[in-house]
Design a protein around this ligand. Structure first.
Ligand code: GLU
Length: 293
């Protein structure tokens, strides 16, 4: 009898080239790289550049330079999301055909106004785990005729997941296996907490949530290692995986690196950028020390 070859674990680091990488990215990249090595697995790189207005070739070049300086190596070829829009469109189309998404026409201003009116009587509007108000029900409630009419008028719109319908379509509770620095073990997914998330933007034919699940499947990712700020987003990722028939990776959400002010690092904080550390003459080893490795 032939032995079935064991599938190698596959890890990925998936930065967006919309700013310089900071120390939190360094932690993510190093953990993915080292965990892959330890597991005799593969380490892939993915450039998450669906936001063509904010992503630039310079930031992308900076990512490669920073990772190389850290001493990391990754496999060719690098997956670039902007080259895979048709794959995300196919996934979206399958959800349109199953009536699990709807075109959403409210502008940011209209949403804000709806929330303000809703909160005027003192009842707080429901918010997602990141604190953003859930999308109002107006567009979800439209008839198919009305949707067709609005789409035919070429009004600017996104496509949103009807999360209640989607949960019902899956029909069973969703979980994921977590081994990170926060809650661990079997985690019960709560996609409803996010409301009707955007799956396709008005300025790009996809969204973070849709692209990330399509890509993790396309790249055969078995282990998703990323910051704890994306822990709750995993609930939506599990729902999309179940809807689209995609495999379920293992998840490891690692601690975040905080700035001097105790706040999460952002790409606009130049002083905590990897490139800035390099310019100031620190070594990669010293940087590892700063991030507790
Ligand atoms: N592109 C995301 C970021 O830069 C990471 C997405 C992920 O690892 O799932 O924060």
């Amino acid at each position: 009898m032939k032995a079935i070859p064991r599938q190698k674990p596959i890890f990925r680091f998936a930065p967006s080239p919309n700013g310089p990488l900071h120390l939190g990215h360094a932690l993510s990249a190093i953990l993915n790289h080292d965990m892959a090595k330890q597991a005799d697995g593969r380490f892939l790189l993915r450039i998450e550049d669906i936001d063509q207005a904010r992503c630039t070739p310079d930031f992308e070049a900076g990512i490669f330079a920073d990772l190389a300086w850290l001493g990391l190596t990754w496999e060719e070829e690098v997956r670039r999301q902007s080259l895979h829009f048709p794959a995300y469109q196919t996934a979206l189309q399958s959800l349109i055909e199953r009536d699990l998404v709807y075109p959403a026409f409210l502008t940011r201003g209209e949403v804000k106004a709806r929330v303000a009116v809703g909160e005027a009587d003192g009842i707080p509007w429901p918010r997602d785990p990141d604190g953003t108000p859930l999308y109002p029900p107006d567009d979800r409630a439209r008839s198919n005729e009305e949707r067709k009419r609005l789409l035919a008028a070429s009004l600017k719109h996104t496509w949103r997941l009807d999360v209640d319908k989607a949960i019902a379509a899956v029909g069973e509770p969703l979980h994921w296996h977590e081994s990170g620095d926060g809650e661990r073990g079997d985690i019960i997914a709560d996609p409803a907490a996010w409301g009707d998330v955007v799956l396709s933007r008005s300025d790009a034919p996809s969204s973070y949530h849709l692209s990330v699940v399509v890509d993790d499947a396309a790249q055969g990712i078995t282990h998703v290692v990323r910051g704890l700020d994306l822990f709750h987003a995993t609930s939506i990722h599990r729902l999309l995986q179940a809807l689209l028939g995609l495999p379920e990776p293992l998840y490891h959400h690692h601690r975040l690196i905080l700035g001097e002010d105790g706040k999460k690092l952002s790409k606009s904080q130049g002083d905590t950028g990897i490139a800035e550390w390099r310019r100031q003459g620190w070594s990669p080893l010293e940087l590892r020390g700063r991030i507790g490795l």
